[in-house]
Design a protein around this ligand. Structure first.
Ligand code: PLP
Length: 230
């Protein structure tokens, strides 16, 4: 049951906050509902969960349409330029901006709709060939470019850490994310003041919280195993 899983994830987040001397309110738990039906999202909302993560634009829009308006939708997936129109105005934040051309397309659609969009730059912090996201130097360039786009509000960085047996293996990557955020802030780029770190998934969110995550994106630990891997 969602409510029971939520309780144990909550407890683990609280423990991690205590350990790191952080306030629980500094961390937003995003329930990654991708591949789960709207019914599962409604059950989660009843249990008190309001932030949800989706990685497919049309799937997000379809669920949003049939779920209570109190839900907040975060876009966390690989976003194609022709799908940007579905996401702008529907997601409270786009976590996965990984190129300047994509950022420019989000800016274009947001300007057209008269909206401002909160965005994060997705960093391939472990330099994995299989992963989306960009290297640390490119991340600086992307953040700088987004800072100059009037309809984008660049708020921080996101990463997908490697799948590991022992979550401690990802601690250095999470620490590197925080360091990169601090480095970028110290550059004083116009329009740039980063304060969000979206990092940590079912296997390693506690370690991510200890290292400064402000968003953790938790799927299977809340909804159970997905029917197909995405
Ligand atoms: C699926 C997904 C998650 C959640 O993964 P779990 O291991 O099920 O917690 C988090 N972030 C992104 C970007 C995802 O695609």
């Amino acid at each position: 049951m969602f409510a029971e899983r939520l309780k144990s994830v909550e407890e683990e987040i609280r423990r991690a906050c205590e350990k790191a001397d952080r306030k629980r309110e500094e961390v937003t738990l995003i329930a990654v509902s991708k591949t789960n039906p709207a019914e599962a999202v409604r059950e989660a909302i009843e249990a008190g969960q309001l932030d949800f993560g989706e990685n497919k634009a049309q799937e997000m829009v379809a669920k949003k349409a049939v779920c209570p308006d109190s839900a907040r939708w975060h876009f966390i997936g690989n976003l194609q330029k022709n799908k940007v129109k579905y996401v702008v105005g529907n997601a409270v934040m786009i976590h996965s901006v990984s190129s300047i051309p994509l950022a420019a397309e989000i800016e274009r659609i947001a300007a057209k709709k008269g909206l401002t969009v909160s965005v994060l730059a997705e960093v391939n912090i472990a330099d994995e060939a299989t992963k989306h996201g960009i290297g640390r130097e490119e991340a600086v360039e992307l953040v700088k470019a987004m800072g100059e786009m009037p309809h984008l509000h660049v708020e921080g960085l996101m990463c997908i850490a490697p799948p590991v047996e022992d979550p401690e293996e990802n601690r250095p990557y999470f620490a590197a994310m925080r360091q990169l955020l601090n480095e970028i802030n110290a550059m004083g780029l116009p329009g740039v003041q980063l304060h969000e770190l979206s990092m940590g998934m079912s296997g390693d969110y506690a370690v991510a919280v200890e290292e400064g995550a402000t968003f953790v994106r938790v799927g299977t630990a809340l909804f159970g195993a997905r029917n197909y891997p995405v």
